[in-house]
Every structure is written in C-alpha cells, then in structure tokens.
Design a protein around this ligand. Structure first.
Ligand code: SF4
Ligand code: SF4
Length: 455
C-alpha cells in the first residue's frame, strides 16, 4: 500500500472527496494502555495560545495528576503530571514544528502504582457558566481532534454571539485514524456527559452529534447512552473527507453557512470534538487534569497497531517500539495522511493534539509525483473545495508571489489546508504547499508592518 495509491484510488465528489479509509487495521481494536516510557517529556506549549509556566523545580517529586505548570492568561492551559515520579530537568526538547521548545522532563517511578491522587468530586449542576469555564481551564483540556484549541475559550463565546446549538464532531474522516470511533464505542456515557456540560455552560438548548454513516456501531452506542433524552440527537451523515471540518459539518447537520472569515458562533453554533467532550465528561466531575489521551498507532510499518491510551509526553520512539515498529528509517506522520505533518525526529513527544501516528516504510511512502504539470484549468479543485474557494486561481497567484491578493481577494485565510484540491489535481500541483507558503509570507509581512508602525 502506498500513499501514491491512496491518492490515485480515491473518488472526487461534490465538495470533499471519497478517500480509501484504511481503518480496518485498528477500527475493531479496543483501547489499551501503553506502558510508561522511562522518561516523559512534557512540553509547556501543547495548545494554541500562551505556553504554560512551570511550577515545579528540578529534583522535585510529583504525583500523577499534580499540576506541573500553570496557565499564562485566559488563552492558555495548565499541564499536569502524566506519572508519579521525579522532575529530572526543565529544558529544551524537540517539537512537532522542528524547533526546540521548553519542556519538563519527568522520570516515572517504575515501582509506583501510578494511581491518580489529585482531584475531588465537584458539583457541576450548581456551578455558574463562569465557574464551569474556570473548571474546564483547570483541567488543561484542549481540542483533542488535532487543533489543541483551549476548550474553555470555546465555552466563552463572543459577547454578541447568540448560540442555540452545539455540534459535536464524531466524523474522524481522515484515513487510518480510529481514535474517535473507539471513544464513542467505549465511552458513550462520557461523551454525553461532556455534551451536557457544554450545553449547560453555553446555555444552549440542543446538541447534535454528527457521526459518519460508516460508523453505525458508534451511532448506536451513543443513542443507547442517550436513552429518552431528546435535547441531544445523533445524526448519521455521509462518509466523505473532510466531513469533520467545522464549516462542512455545520452545513450538513444544520444547513447553515458560516460566512467567509467568520466563526461558527456567527451562525449560532459552537463545535466540539467528540473526544474532547468525553474528556470533559470524565475529568470535570472529579476535578482532574488531562494527563493522557487515546492515540491510533497504525500503518504498514507497524506490527502491533492499535488505539493506545498514552501518557502525554511519551516520546514517539518509545510509542513506536511498543507498537512493534523498529524501522528507524520509516516515515512518520502525526495525524492522518491528508493533513498530518511529517516528523523528522522520533524524540518528539506525544502531546494533547496528537490523534494518531501513521508509520510508512520507505517503500510505502512515495506520494511525490515524478513531475508537476501546468494547470489545465479542469476546475476539479474548484469542484471539491469544501469552502468554495478557487484553488486553481490561488495556485496561479502563489506562483507569481501575489500573496497579498490571495488574501484580500481570494480568501486565502479561509483555506484550512484540507488537501482536497491537491488530491484531485491531475497536474500534481502542490497547491496546499503553495498556500502554506503564502500564509507564512503574509504573516511575516504583517509583522514587519507592525514593527514599522511602532518605530
Ligand atoms: S483550497 Fe484549502 S480548503 Fe479548499 S480544497 Fe484546497 S486545501 Fe482544502
Ligand atoms: S485541479 Fe489542478 S489542473 Fe485542474 S484547475 Fe485545479 S490546479 Fe488546475
């Protein structure tokens, strides 16, 4: 199996694409716990927003669940100890972005029972929305679908927003990944509990959980957990990529269109990932922090694929060894093949936003086309773009370095880099790479303009 084949065997359709799923390797495997690595590396920035600030010192003993770092302002979350052990050092560690970033090195005690000793029951029913927002922030919860956006920030929408519906994303539309389906199957009560908490916090009367119709077992598990409750519904929707994208999901479930440059709150909606709400449903009632998550480890180069409950801070090298991959030359993608970044260092730790690890042997990883051809204006990319952008035009402007025009006239910033356009392009034009470069160039230009204005 190769990524080239994935790219060739898919079928385009109106908005989005049908891609081969490749989920059979792990879809049926129950969640099981990965052992603790001899050293855990907990980055202080695992989320969108300001990095957390360490509150422990080198040599200190910590227990599992104890705060290691506190949030730095509202747009930030704390970190909690993923294991009982000793702080070895606070220093730099490799990160997903390729650069070194501050992290806490924690050596778990092998003889510890690793029981979570922090936390106490709290009465959510009698909390105000502000109290719930603060409590959610204290859990360190972020979007577990990959974005790692602080969950409590989503629970306090803009003041002028009039929300009436929560949309819960249970699609997991990326090939290979099976984290969310397993969470829905094994923790449906927690998903529902987390949804109720979000509804209470946002004073929203209804919630819709969208699940692709290739996961009917998850639909049934959630409906069974709901019982006679009618404020929350579970909808089975067409399986296609990227059905889990916020704007697509809102359109298919509620027939509302989020305006260009706008947030879901503009159409009265807040969107949460299903695993995120399961974590809230599990952690908030007992006042505990986020210290582990489910990660799908899969791909042709893995002999023991699975859905692993993994301590945050586990180095990729250790996780891959446990999953039966010892090929140091394998190509590793964090997340799915459509949007996940390739990783160059196996010393990178697993963080809150890591949904999966896809491992391809050298022979499998051959998605680069031999040649890039000129655009033939077939409009296939325009037909599949879920956001109704014009990727062909954007690509042409990128080649001419007209980055500002891409943003001001062709809505570059609406592109969330789903890859559908590049997937269907018969000329193999690396459209998404062009768009990433353009966004980065625009960011740098704006930063320069801000500096000039200050001077
Ligand atoms: S332009 Fe962006 S949003 Fe549209 S298909 Fe391409 S990558 Fe996806
Ligand atoms: S799919 Fe490729 S060749 Fe066709 S219009 Fe888009 S960029 Fe051009």
């Amino acid at each position: 199996m190769s990524l080239l084949n994935i790219f060739k065997s898919g079928k385009a359709l109106d908005r989005g694409v049908h891609v081969p799923e490749y989920k059979e390797q792990t879809a049926h495997l129950p969640i099981r716990r990965l052992p603790f690595a001899p050293m855990l590396v907990v980055p202080l920035s695992q989320h969108a927003g300001a990095p957390a600030v360490a509150v422990v010192r080198e040599g200190q003993e910590v227990v599992r669940g104890e705060p290691l770092a506190k949030e730095d302002g509202f747009m930030s979350v704390p970190m909690h100890s993923p294991a009982t052990g000793r702080i070895e050092k606070i220093g730099l560690a490799p990160s997903v972005r390729g650069e070194l970033a501050p992290a806490i090195y924690l050596k778990p005690y092998p003889s510890s029972s690793q029981e979570v000793l922090y936390g106490a029951p709290q009465d959510i029913q009698n909390m105000t929305p502000d109290q719930i927002v603060s409590a959610v922030q204290r859990t360190g919860a972020v979007g577990l679908g990959g974005a790692a956006f602080p969950t409590h920030v989503k629970m306090r929408p803009p003041k002028d927003a009039r929300l009436d519906t929560i949309v819960v994303n249970g699609c997991e539309c990326e090939p290979f990944l099976t984290t969310d389906p397993r969470v829905m199957l094994e923790q449906p009560a927690e998903v529902i509990q987390g949804t109720r908490i979000a509804m209470k916090c946002l004073s929203v009367p209804r919630a819709v959980i969208g699940v692709e119709n290739n996961k009917m077992d998850a639909v049934e598990a959630l409906r069974k957990a709901l019982g006679s409750e009618t404020a929350i519904t579970v909808e089975a929707i067409e399986a296609k990529y990227p059905q889990g994208a916020e704007k697509m999901l809102i359109k298919v479930l509620l027939n509302r269109e989020v305006p260009s440059g706008g947030l879901p709150s503009a159409v009265g909606v807040a969107v949460f990932n299903v695993a995120t709400l399961a974590q809230i449903g599990e952690l908030l009632p007992v006042h505990q922090g986020l210290i582990e998550r489910v990660v799908t480890i899969t791909g042709p180069a893995v002999s023991k694929p699975g859905n692993y409950l993994t301590a945050l801070g586990t180095p990729l090298r250790f996780a891959l060894q446990q999953a039966g991959c010892t090929d140091e030359t394998a190509s590793v993608i964090l997340g799915g093949p459509m949007m996940g970044p390739s990783i160059s260092s196996l010393d990178v730790p697993i963080t809150k936003g890591v949904t999966g690890i896809l491992v391809m042997g050298r022979a499998d990883f051959n998605h680069r086309p031999d040649r890039i051809y000129p655009c033939i204006r077939c409009a296939a990319c325009v037909d599949v773009c879920p956001l109704h952008l014009n990727p062909s035009r954007l690509g042409m402007l990128a080649r001419k370095h007209e980055y500002e025009t891409m943003e001001s006239q062709f809505h570059l910033m609406d592109c969330f880099e789903c890859g559908c356009c590049a997937y269907v392009c018969p000329s193999h034009i690396p459209l998404v790479q062009h768009f990433r470069v353009a966004k980065q160039m625009n960011r740098e230009r704006k930063a320069r303009e801000r500096e000039t204005a200050k001077a």
